[in-house]
Design a protein around this ligand. Structure first.
Ligand SMILES: [Zn+2]
Length: 224
């Protein structure tokens, strides 16, 4: 029984299986799937289904030999994301804390920038993966909060370590949270509990309450 409670929807998984997601979004899904046995199974089912649709739609045009061969290929163990152990960075450091990096990110480890400090005991390290959207590690120290904000686009958050909570729930390692411009939230950590997340933003955050609205020019900081 998995402890992961928040998952990507079928549509996103299907797009991932079809290779239709941006590289950055695919990293987010791959990292989630690594942490979530439930979605690993769902993805396998989708891939099997896609494969069988392909075989049946093409079967009129191909010879039985070829069809048998294709079925044989598709019945092979699908490639897993578990790589052969080579010399590579498997952790991300923050001060003297080491956090395990998901395999999906290990090959991008040289693209992880230095940590910078944001207001509210938050630290951020950018991951350069190309494309329009911005990927960041966000580290929230214990007992810290991000100002209330909405999203002008989509925000995907994947918890890697520790936990945080907002008005909708508590999020733990593996949880995959998709926020759109309809959501408004105040992510917080509890006392004695820090949190490391990987986030993907496709537009700057928009801070909505009180003094935090003054941060709006500043929200570009989250989006670099
Ligand atoms: Zn899942």
């Amino acid at each position: 029984m998995s402890n992961v409670h928040f998952h990507p929807n079928d549509d996103i998984l299907l797009q991932h299986a079809c290779g239709d997601l941006s590289p950055a979004s695919s990293i987010m899904i791959s990292a989630h799937v690594e942490l979530c046995p439930h979605c690993r199974q769902r993805l396998e089912d989708i891939e099997q289904h896609q494969a069988s649709v392909m075989v049946s739609s093409e079967s009129e045009d191909i010879t039985p030999d070829l069809q048998a061969m294709m079925q044989h290929i598709m019945s092979q163990e699908t490639e897993t994301s578990t790589p052969v152990e080579t010399e590579k960075t498997t952790t991300i450091m923050l001060g003297d804390k080491a956090f395990h990096l998901p395999h999906a990110l290990q090959r991008h480890s040289e693209n992880i920038g230095p940590w910078s400090r944001l207001p509210g005991n938050i630290k951020r390290a950018q991951v350069t993966v190309g494309g329009q959207s911005k990927m960041n590690f966000i580290y929230m120290d214990s007992d810290s909060a991000l100002p209330e904000h909405t999203h002008q686009g989509n925000e995907i958050t994947l918890v890697l370590a520790g936990e945080f909570y907002d008005e909708q729930g508590t999020y733990r390692p593996g949880d995959f949270i998709l926020q759109t411009d309809e959501h408004k939230h105040v992510p917080k950590t509890r006392e004695g509990q820090d949190c490391l997340c990987l986030t993907l933003l496709d537009a700057p955050l928009h801070f909505t309450s009180g003094l935090a609205t003054l941060l709006n020019p500043f929200s570009q900081l989250f989006f670099r």
